[in-house]
Design a protein around this ligand. Sequence first.
Ligand code: FPP
Length: 249
Amino acid sequence: MSEPAAEQHASIPRHIAIIMDGNGRWAKQHGRARIYGHHQGVESVRKVVEACSELGVEYLTLYAFSTENWKRPIEEVNALMELLVRTIRKETPELNSQNVCIRTIGNTGSLPEDCVNELQEAISLTAGNTGLNLVLALSYSGRSELAAAMQAMGKEVAEGRLDPDTIDEQTIASHLYTVDIPDPELVIRTSGEYRISNYLLWQSAYAEFYFTETLWPDFDKEELLLAIHSFQQRERRFGKISEQLPMKP
Ligand code: FPP
């Protein structure tokens, strides 16, 4: 398949968020254990991070582990955590040399200690990097994020530090994990599932969605370019009508 031509000339989304789904089904199709699918999923992560860096995407947010994923069999949860620790340890030097800044969103305090430590080291090492921001959503839930924000604002109101009459969208956004991250313009979900699954609920209010049947371990640069190409064909009106929009070059 040839690459869609539009990608470099038209607008590249500033922030792409991905729901990496289908690792388990991919493993099953290949007669392997589920964790093998997650291992292959890491290969796709590597390809997509590299491609986003090349294309000049500023933020790539990956749904690596949801709050709901804690309900999976303990063996799979443990294997995923081990994979995460090993991947961060192994890939961080290369990501650092690619000028990638590693960040996290989610209730990362609930992750195992070695995972928290490994992440902390990777975050500190890459903090000064100015290239792609690789945001890992870990133990993340959009509703929990909103509940935590409301709790924090409630405390500030009770302590007299926040006037409830001044609470607006910006106040809420500034209490989310994504406080200094722009909203995603493109949200991709793989594996033929058409759900948001508690991902970036507030932040994706105006995102364009792209769904593909491709399972995450088969997702690569070519697939990413197809998603970006689809994004570039869309007219983002933000509630306005076509005639009110600036003319495209
Ligand atoms: C969904 O597939 C995938 C996950 C819950 C985990 C994603 C994790 C990785 C790709 C590896 C680690 C990532 C990083 C960033 C180092 P699924 O298991 O729900 O697949 P299924 O729906 O086919 O069962």
